[in-house]
Every structure is written in C-alpha cells, then in structure tokens.
Write a protein of this length. Structure first.
Length: 163
C-alpha cells in the first residue's frame, strides 16, 4: 500500500505492507532509530512519537494509520543547532540514565508543555504515567520537565548543540 505522511517536517511516501507497525516504519524504512522499541505490547512507552502533536505508542499504531498525518520523532525536536527546551531540561536536570526511555519521555513532555505550559508535578507525573523508566525513579525526569516549563525559550547560547 502507498503511504504518504509528514515526518519531522518532511513529506515521505513509501510502499508498505498494511500490517507494518509505525515503529518499524520509522526505524527500518526511514532509518530514524531514535524511536526505541521496547515491549511490543504498549506497556513501556519507549516507542512514543507525536502524531498531530499527540503522544502515540508507535508499537501499536500501523504506519498506514498515519497516512496524511504529521509524525514527530525525537530526531525532529531540535531546531537546527538549537535544542528543544525539553531536551535541554533533560541535560540540565539529569533526566536520563541509560537513555532507553528518554526519547518517548521527551516527546510526551513536549506534548504536555504544548497544551499546558506550566504544569504542576502531579500533572507531569500523570502525563508520563504510561511510560516506564527503570533507572531514574522519575524524580529527575519530573525535574527535567519542570526545567523546560520554566525555560520555554532558553537562549540559543544555552541550547547550542555541539558536534
């Protein structure tokens, strides 16, 4: 089947099997390996991407279901050499350890902050409740999201990505 969608701001068209999961389409067809594949049962949330700005577990969505939609992966968060405030927050507040859950957590955080720019701790914890982190205990993840909320447009000098 012929599928066209916008991924990280670029329109892509591919022929795919109707049963192809979005996570496999992103990783194997497009080479966007920042989307991690964890449990394959929608329990862990490591595969979260944004579809039209909403968090979606890509291990339970078919690529064909996203035809005509906007898909955003962790690779699409930074704007050129400037990190998204959520990415910067995860660096500033040490919101990651092994990094496996991080892309999904960051995209969930971005969706939360887009709809509620100043969430309280309970709201943040509820937003990330569908995702499992086995390393951090969530405290640093919550602090990272709070940092991003407090710095929605951090100066480029604070966010510059180094190569």
């Amino acid at each position: 089947m012929h599928v066209t969608m916008t991924v990280n701001g670029t329109e892509v068209t591919r022929n795919v099997e109707p049963r192809l999961l979005l996570v496999h389409f992103l990783r194997e067809t497009l080479g966007l390996t920042g989307t991690h594949w964890g449990c394959d049962t929608s329990n862990c949330g490591t595969c979260v991407v944004l579809v039209d700005g909403e968090p979606v577990k890509s291990c339970t969505a078919l690529a064909a279901m996203t035809a005509g939609h906007e898909v955003r992966t962790v690779e699409g968060m930074a704007d050129g050499g400037t990190l998204d405030p959520v990415q910067q927050g995860f660096m500033e507040a040490h919101g990651l350890q092994c990094g496996f859950c991080t892309p999904g957590m960051m995209l969930t955080a971005r969706a939360l902050l887009d709809r509620e720019p100043d969430p309280d701790e309970a709201t943040i914890r509820e937003a990330i409740s569908g995702q499992i982190c086995r390393c951090t205990g969530y405290a640093t993840i919550v602090r990272s999201i709070q940092w991003a909320a407090a710095h929605p447009a951090a100066a480029p000098s604070e966010q510059e990505v180094t190569a």
